[in-house]
Design a protein around this ligand. Sequence first.
Ligand SMILES: O=C(O)CCC(=O)C(=O)O
Length: 259
Amino acid sequence: MQARLLDGIPRVTPRALDDGEIAGYREQGFLHLKGVLTAAEVERYRTAAARAYEELSSLDADNQMFRQIVQVWKSDETLRELTLHPGLADYAAQLAGLPVRLWHDQLLIKKPHNHTPTEFHQDSPYWPHSDGRHQLSAWVALVDVPVERGCMTFIPGSHKRQDLRAIDLTDAHDLFEAAPDLAYEPRVTVPLRAGDCTFHNGYLAHTANANDTDEFRYAMVNIYVDAETRYNGAPHPCTDPLGLTVGEVLPDEEFPRFR
Ligand SMILES: O=C(O)CCC(=O)C(=O)O
């Protein structure tokens, strides 16, 4: 991959994904891309994530699963670059096959030996959206994330199940109570090197291990949705304070469009 300077930081130039990668994503619901961030970017954003862990408030301070800091792009100038990263957004639009906007970002930081996996769930049922033709997340590793540090495991093809309720991601059994057949589907675990990412469809069932190492697990997740997605009025921390009207297209100033 080629790297070039952008705002003084070496960045990888995004490439056109090949037909196999796009077809694989559509069929399996996820894609692993290696080296989407340069070593300089990883260092810059991991340092900023460590600072955010200390300084920014999280959704639930008592959450042992991870510290979940959402909408980081609004409060941290450095991490804003990562949320609005043109290469990641470009890949998201290629995989979605349509123009996308940011729904929200989130730092998901698992402290050492947290003993708490993120249990199987789908993402899209949590979101207050209607008319969205596609939702997907870029899960970006800011440190090496082997299985023992809390990498992701996917159930390939489970994104075709779009009829499920929102799952309790603290309950290891809840997804399989809602969809017993999924318990017998093969699973794919994807350890990542720092600077790698996976994209996963918003309906893909996934889990992440506990962090059983002595190091923090720093991951940044950028969530992209169809640019024409509308607000459906359901409660969500990212839309509750905004006073949106049910049925309106998500506003650009809060949920930036990419292309
Ligand atoms: O990183 C984790 O622990 C879970 C991530 C996740 O569920 C997601 O990105 O949708």
